[in-house]
Structure formats: structure tokens, C-alpha cells
Design a binder for this molecule. Structure first.
Ligand SMILES: NC(=O)C1=CN([C@@H]2O[C@H](COP(=O)(O)OP(=O)(O)OC[C@H]3O[C@@H](n4cnc5c(N)ncnc54)[C@H](OP(=O)(O)O)[C@@H]3O)[C@@H](O)[C@H]2O)C=CC1
Ligand SMILES: O=C(CO)[C@H](O)[C@H](O)COP(=O)(O)O
Length: 479
């Protein structure tokens, strides 16, 4: 009998099964298409505590009670179908764990359904890709606490370990809390990747650096606060060669996406958090898909006159700009976590989340320790940007972000995430935004009312701007 079951033997499931087995647990595996199971067993089965099942029934029969089964399959309808298949086969007290990138609203719904059958459910964000799944991913579980008590030790064992040895895994809250956290993780991942890509775009348009040289610059930045997994792989990708030539310039500039970035932006919109950098990162991916239109437009619209390349000192500023924009991205990401927490009732704790992102996951970076410290020192920090360490870096690096954004605009290089980071920063530090005019406009056309800055106590008022309006005003509420 196996201690745990695992369904789904594509890249994540196969590697996670091997990881679990390597920590001393026996695993029963099942995949919808049996050929994948056969292939997995023929490569990895010998000498390992792995049991193959041909059918869901066989899988259930091979697992110790109370059973725990991890599902690592394509997110969406396949998960519902698999749950429907497994529910009649399971016994009360058994647990299903969805380790895929589920939409957390689905996880909330599925948790309820499982509970109606006396079954437990964990929605668990898994980050780290192929390598993380095999050697230790960052795990973000949420769901039934009793199930966590049963399986928590195994999850801690298989998770990545932070530089100080702590497991990158913690129980995050009920039903969808884990998948929600993974969604925001991926939203930040979108922002991080876009900022790195814009930096590369600036370099290839405004310098004569080779891919190798760009890779060297990213490698140097990787030694400081910009250091992290995504900076490391960017450097390695730029330096990668096929038949002696850099590979990356030959890759089609059309980006894919599997939903988590979109869900992050949707949640930010739902709770009114200006998550502009993730938003721009997502919209930038959408723009890449209009390849044929972009090629046509490039023939219609000329950019600015060619300019001299920037010098090495400016490339240093590019690194400072990247760091400033990255801090702003993480500040926005933390704001989504905090505000969605209020919306869904989860008591999200930023230091706990930042700690479990320190190892294994795609956004692991040197900045996470400082985020832990910022929110531990001040749990009511209204915005990460004003924590002492981050405010000093921003004060020093924002001038470079301004120069890079301005230089990009002059040269016609699109830097949407960097520019939106700067605009957010300037808006956040602005004591007087033009919303006074906006409120007047709303009141002019729709009698939506406004407050007077120097007399807010007297409440909403409406002005008959044209002299021809009535006395009746609209209700005051925000959606
Ligand atoms: N790849 C990555 O870097 C990461 C992926 N994830 C998430 O992990 C999960 C697995 O990802 P990945 O390994 O990349 O593979 P895929 O997302 O490509 O999923 C493939 C797996 O899903 C199974 N599957 C597809 N449709 C069904 C269905 N209708 N019923 C039963 N099984 C089905 C496939 O079985 P079959 O062989 O029969 O087609 C296969 O085992 C996904 O939710 C993904 O979002 C999470 C973190 C990182
Ligand atoms: O979860 C992941 C990394 O953390 C997966 O690799 C995910 O597929 C990445 O998102 P997208 O495919 O939308 O770029």
C-alpha cells in the first residue's frame, strides 16, 4: 500500500511523484492516458517505492486510509471531472489536494462540494516548475485544517528549503487561500518577467551589446538586490547558444499565458487595488499576440529619428530603474494580498507568504527577506514602498527610472510596465491628484456629488453647474 496517491504524470506530476518518493514516502501514480504511466514507470519505476495504477479504482485500492491524493493535472474542467470520478470511490475522511494552477474561486466551490460528501480538500499552489517539483517547490496550501494536520509533514518534507533551512510551505487559510496566494505569486511573476524583458528590449535597441554581454550585465545585477531566480535564468537564456549562435533572438515574439496573470488583475480590479505593473505585463502579453498587425504597423508608423547608443553608465541606470520598478511591483502585489484578504476573510500574513517564496518558487529573490522584515517590523504598513529600507532605495533609484522611461519614450521603445510603475509612484506620492476635477465632472453630468476638501464634515454636495439642472442628486457608493 502506498502512503499517498498522485494523479497526472505530465512534467509537474511526474517530478513531484519522484520528489515525494525520494523523501521516503511510497507513491501510487495514475494518469488518464496509461501510456504516460507506462513511460514513467519504465524510466523511473525500478528500485523506487512507486506503484502504477491503470484506473482510478486501482489507484484508490493502492492507497493507505485515510487516503490523500494529489492531483497535478490541467486546471479547469479536467479537475471537476476527476473529482466527480473520485468522489464515489473515496471514504469519509479522505483528502484530495489540487496542486494545479486552479482559479481559487473554483477551489472554494470544490471545497464545499467535497465537504458535502464528508471529504476534505486542499487547494495548493505549487511553484518552481520542473526543477522545483523534483527538488523542492514552494508550496502554498489552503483548505481543511484537519487535512493539513494529516499531510502537512509530508508537504514540509517535499518543499524547498529557504537559505536558512526553513521549509517553503505553510498553511495559508481555508478553502481558496492557497490558490489565491499562488495566483498573486504568478501575477508578480508576470510583472517581474515583463520588467526584465523591457530591460532587454532597451538594451537591444539603445546599445550595441551582444546577447552575451547583456547576459553578463544581468549576471552582475544578480549579485545584488536584483538577484533571484528570474534574473539568473534571464542571464543564462541570453548566453545560451545553439550551433554557436544566441538562441533567444530567433524565438518568435508571441507570448503565451495560462490564466493566472489575468486572474490576478481581475482580483485587483474587484477590490480596487491599482495593480498597474501586473496589468501592463498582462496587456503586453496580449499585444505580442497581434504579431501580423504589429508587422504591418511597423511599416506604416516610423519611430523617432535614430539616436546614438547609450553608454555603459546609462546601462547602470537601467539596473537601478529595474530595481525601483520591481519594488513598486512587489508593493502592488502585497496590496492585492492584503486587500483581497479583507474581501475573502482569510487572515493573510505577508511575512509568512514572503518566507515561503524565498526558496523553490519562480519569484524567489534576494528582496523577499527585506519584505519579511518590513511587514514584521510594521504589520500595519500601508504600502511596502514606505518601509525604511525600500523608501531609501526608491529615493536613490527613482531618478534612474525617470531617465530610463523618458529615454525610452524619446527613442520609441515601449516600456509599459516601467512607465506604469513610475506613474503609480508619482501618483502615490502626490498629495493633490486631479480627482477634484473628476468629481466635478461626475457631478456635472450625473449629479454624483462631491466633498469639499476644507469642509468634508458637511458631507456630499451637488452643484447645479448649468443652472438648468434639478435639485435631486445620485446616491453615494462605490462598486
Ligand atoms: N508547468 C509548470 O511550470 C507548472 C504547472 N503548474 C500546474 O500544474 C498542473 C500540471 O501542469 P503540467 O505538468 O505543466 O501539465 P499540463 O498542464 O499540460 O497537464 C497535463 C496533465 O493533465 C492531464 N489531463 C488533461 N486533461 C485531463 C482530463 N480531462 N482528465 C484527466 N487528466 C487530464 C494529462 O493527462 P493525459 O496524459 O491523459 O493527457 C496530464 O497528466 C497544471 O494545473 C499547471 O497549471 C503549476 C506550477 C508550474
Ligand atoms: O505556475 C507557473 C509558474 O509559477 C506555471 O509555469 C505557469 O504556467 C506560468 O504561467 P503562464 O503559463 O501564464 O506564463
Amino acid at each position: 500500500m502506498a502512503q499517498i496517491g498522485l494523479v497526472g504524470l505530465a512534467v509537474m506530476g511526474a517530478n513531484l511523484a519522484l520528489n515525494i518518493e525520494s523523501r521516503g514516502y511510497s507513491v501510487a501514480v495514475y494518469n488518464r492516458t496509461y501510456a504516460a504511466t507506462e513511460k514513467f514507470m519504465s524510466i523511473y519505476g525500478e528500485g523506487r517505492k512507486l506503484e502504477a495504477a491503470k484506473t482510478p479504482e486501482e489507484l484508490i485500492a493502492k492507497i493507505d486510509k485515510p487516503r490523500t491524493i494529489i492531483m497535478m493535472i490541467k486546471a479547469g474542467a479536467p479537475v471537476d471531472a476527476l473529482i466527480d470520478t473520485l468522489i464515489p470511490l473515496l471514504d469519509k475522511g479522505d483528502t484530495l489536494i489540487d496542486g494545479g494552477n486552479a482559479n481559487f474561486h473554483d477551489t472554494v466551490r470544490r471545497s464545499k462540494k467535497m465537504a458535502e460528501h464528508g471529504l476534505m480538500y486542499i487547494g495548493m499552489g505549487v511553484s518552481g516548475g520542473e526543477e522545483g517539483a523534483l527538488h523542492g517547490p514552494s508550496l502554498m496550501p489552503g483548505g481543511d485544517y484537519k487535512a493539513w494536520e494529516n499531510v502537512g509533514q509530508l508537504l514540509m518534507d517535499i518543499s524547498a528549503k529557504a537559505p536558512n533551512g526553513e521549509p517553503c510551505c505553510a498553511y495559508l487559510g481555508t478553502d481558496g487561500a492557497g490558490h489565491f496566494t499562488k495566483t498573486v505569486h504568478n501575477g508578480i511573476e508576470y510583472g517581474d518577467m515583463e520588467l526584465l524583458c523591457e530591460t532587454y528590449q532597451f538594451m537591444r535597441n539603445a546599445t550595441d551589446m551582444t546577447c552575451d554581454q547583456m547576459g553578463d550585465v544581468f549576471a552582475k545585477w544578480n549579485e545584488g538586490m536584483l538577484g533571484g531566480y528570474l534574473t539568473t535564468i534571464t542571464s543564462e537564456i541570453l548566453k545560451f547558444k545553439e550551433n554557436g549562435e544566441a538562441l533567444v533572438p530567433r524565438i518568435l515574439d508571441v507570448a503565451g499565458q495560462k490564466g493566472t496573470g489575468k486572474w490576478t488583475v481581475i482580483e485587483a480590479l474587484n477590490v480596487g487595488v491599482p495593480s498597474t505593473v501586473v496589468g501592463e505585463a498582462l496587456f503586453s502579453r496580449f499585444l505580442t499576440t497581434k504579431k501580423a498587425e504589429r508587422v504591418e504597423a511597423s511599416k506604416i508608423f516610423d519611430g523617432p529619428e535614430a539616436m546614438e547608443n547609450v553608454d555603459a553608465a546609462f546601462v547602470e541606470k537601467l539596473g537601478e530603474a529595474l530595481l525601483a520598478a520591481k519594488i513598486i511591483l512587489y508593493a502592488q502585489g502585497c496590496a492585492i494580498l492584503i486587500d483581497c484578504t479583507k474581501e475573502y476573510g482569510w487572515k493573510m500574513h505577508i511575512p509568512t507568504i514572503a518566507r515561503l517564496w524565498r526558496g523553490g518558487c519562480i519569484i524567489r529573490s534576494n528582496m523577499l527577506e527585506d519584505i519579511v522584515e518590513a511587514f514584521e517590523t510594521n504589520p500595519d504598513l500601508p504600502n511596502m514602498m514606505i518601509a525604511p529600507k525600500f523608501r531609501e532605495i526608491l529615493k536613490k533609484n527613482i531618478p534612474s527610472l525617470r531617465e530610463v522611461v523618458a529615454e525610452g519614450a524619446k527613442r520609441g521603445i515601449a516600456l509599459p510596465a516601467m512607465a506604469s510603475a513610475l506613474a503609480y509612484f508619482d501618483g502615490y506620492r502626490c498629495a493633490k491628484l486631479p480627482a477634484n476635477l473628476l468629481q466635478a465632472q461626475r457631478d456635472y453630468f450625473g449629479a454624483h456629488t462631491y466633498l469639499l476638501e476644507d469642509d468634508q464634515e458637511s458631507g456630499p454636495r451637488h452643484t447645479n453647474w448649468t443652472g438648468e439642472g434639478g435639485e435631486i442628486s445620485s446616491g453615494v457608493y462605490n462598486v
